[in-house]
Design a protein around this ligand. Structure first.
Ligand code: TEU
Ligand code: CA
Length: 556
């Protein structure tokens, strides 16, 4: 496979609304990001994925775009964006924007014009259908944020439009060549401005299974999961390939698809040598135990399941292409709260989880605060939660018979707001995030978990992540960490996740999450210990003894 600069990159996701506020309005912004660029650099990342900062009513926190060519005033101005691109360039950092083109906002000019004249050219930008009160909708698919995918077209009583997500996010009609051309021109406009590429939002949804039709209902609401249509929809890669040819390939842009439920045979089409993306996220960890009934039906995840999921996905893509590896993002609970059992949520356990994920083949994506071990937050009332997905899942849990307290506990475990609390810079009351009132309350544990404290402590989680990134960049080991083969070791051994990375050097990665001391036979004596989350490491007579939650990287 041809080598590309992004193969060896480490990416850092910034959720601008919660990263750094520069003007005291309680909302993070682009000048705030610029002020903190040196922090990203100090961590060692090379790529920043910026969650959306385009004009938006923020119904879904910017994933509902009303103008693709401007910056929302709450986040700054186009001058700020250009300053950010320049400041990043000065530091050898690349900026990757969020590309949200499955849908736009209902406040976008295209949608307004479609409402004014549904039979005109902008009507064709969306999925608009005739409908009369009392009739069934064209299909019974449930939108991701609850309720049917259909909504009355504003200003009309006999027309409806399709939305896979919130009703404020009307889906764009990719079957229309003019819409596609318009999207490609917008992408090129940004690439020409200096962005290095895109993380591509919800892209799997652009191909609809048409004509719209019902599938068997799977809940009492009479609706069915939209997954049913995704399983049936064929031919998405012809759209993606065209988009890549018209935009990404001529610019040699770095792209990461947010792809769910891909079919095995599609993998090479997505991320193979001639694939339409540079990479795609591996969601096999965050999807563990997901239930189609809703969050309330999802049992806690075990590390054993995490191991199985990681091994399966990396076997599946071996020789095909690069996955992008995450333990969390802005849509997920905090990785340390999700994957680690309560007794493993110490800094030692967090290092183990971080290290095991980081050294897998693929491109590591860290989410802001992951390097500090930021944790899920708690709420006393559903009204404290902003996230629309959590509001829906709360209702789903109540409908299933849970008490309000139980439903709130479910939301606490899975809410997307867990990842959206302000970045914990220091131990001051607003944790250095804002001088005003933060748009989401800061996590009370910021007095213990914060960057200022961890920067000053050599054995902190933050410094451990820095060491992981250093190893990935180290000329002696980079080739092995980036391009080396992946080979699970002692896979059946419960409580242990172990794998080899073999390239110019051979690394053995070991993590003991059994909760007890463990002896691990080795095929060969280690030459050196490259990383260790504890001070000691003992090896004798061809076996390593690992303390509870110990993580080591051995060169063998
Ligand atoms: O997410 C797409 C998606 O299908 C899910 O992650 C979904 O949002 C989640 O399961 C609901 O709990 C992307 C963005 O990452 C997300 O923030 C947006 O809300 C969504 O698209 C719509 O743009
Ligand atoms: Ca602000």
């Amino acid at each position: 496979m041809e080598k590309k600069w992004w193969h060896s990159a480490t990416a850092y996701q910034i959720y601008p609304k919660s990263y750094q506020d520069s003007n005291g309005d309680g909302i993070g912004d682009l000048p705030g990001v610029i002020d903190r660029l040196d922090e990203v650099k100090a961590l060692g990342a090379d790529v920043i994925w910026l969650s959306p900062i385009y004009c938006s009513p923020l119904a879904d926190q910017g994933y509902d775009i009303s103008d693709y060519f401007n910056i929302d005033p709450r986040f700054g101005t186009m001058e700020d964006m250009d300053r950010l691109l320049a400041a990043a360039k000065d530091r050898d950092l690349k900026i990757v924007m969020d590309l949200v083109v499955n849908h736009c906002s209902d406040e976008h000019e295209w949608f307004r014009k479609a409402c004014e004249d549904p039979d005109g050219p902008y009507g064709q930008f969306f999925y608009i259908r005739d409908w009369h009160e009392g009739e069934p909708y064209p299909c019974n698919w449930r939108s991701y944020f609850g309720g049917p995918c259909w909504e009355l077209l504003p200003g009309h009583t006999d027309k409806i439009y399709f939305h896979a997500f919130h009703k404020k996010q009307p889906d764009l009609n990719w079957e229309n060549p003019l819409l596609r051309r318009t999207v490609y021109d917008m992408i090129n406009w940004w690439l020409d401005r200096g962005v290095a590429g895109f993380r591509i939002d919800a892209i799997i949804n652009i191909k609809k299974f048409l004509p719209f039709r019902d599938f068997p209902a799977d809940r009492d609401d009479g609706l069915c999961s939209i997954q049913r249509m995704l399983e049936k929809a064929k031919g998405i890669t012809s759209f993606l390939d065209e988009m890549a040819d018209e935009t990404f390939r001529p610019h040699d842009a770095f792209t990461v698809g947010e792809v769910f439920n891909e079919k095995d045979e599609e993998l090479p089409l997505f991320i193979g040598e001639r694939g339409c993306f540079s990479s795609m996220f591996d969601f096999s960890g965050t999807l563990i135990n997901k239930s189609e009934k809703g969050w309330y039906d999802q049992p806690p995840v075990t590390m054993e399941q995490y191991k199985e999921a990681m091994f399966a996905s990396h076997r599946r893509v071996a020789g095909v292409g690069f996955l992008s590896n995450i333990i969390e993002n802005h849509d997920e609970p905090r990785g340390v709260s999700f994957f680690l059992p309560p007794e493993g949520r110490s800094e030692t356990g967090k290092k183990l989880l971080g290290g095991l994920g980081f050294l897998l083949p693929g491109i590591p994506f860290l989410y802001q605060g992951q390097e500090l071990g930021m944790e899920n937050t708690t709420h006393t009332d559903i009204s404290e939660i902003d996230d629309i997905s959590s509001q829906d899942e709360y209702r789903v849990a109540l409908d299933a018979g849970l008490s309000p307290a139980e439903a709130l506990a479910v939301v606490d475990r899975f809410s997307r707001d867990n990842a959206r609390t302000p970045y914990q810079w220091d131990d001051t009351p607003n944790t250095g995030f804002t001088t005003g009132k933060p748009w989401l309350p800061v996590h009370p544990n910021h007095t213990e978990i914060n960057l200022a404290e961890q920067k000053g402590r050599a054995d902190s989680l933050y410094n451990f992540y820095r060491a992981l990134i250093r190893l990935r960049r180290d000329p002696e080991y980079a080739d092995t960490v980036v391009y080396g083969s992946f080979e699970p070791y002692l896979e059946e051994r419960e409580g242990l996740m172990a794998y080899y990375r073999r390239g110019r050097r051979t690394l053995l990665v070991l993590g003991n999450y059994s909760g007890a001391e463990m002896t691990v036979p080795l095929n060969e004596a280690s030459k050196r210990v490259l990383l260790n989350n504890l001070e000691r490491y003992s090896e004798k007579d061809g076996a390593a003894t690992l303390a509870p939650w110990q993580f080591v990287v051995l060169e063998v």
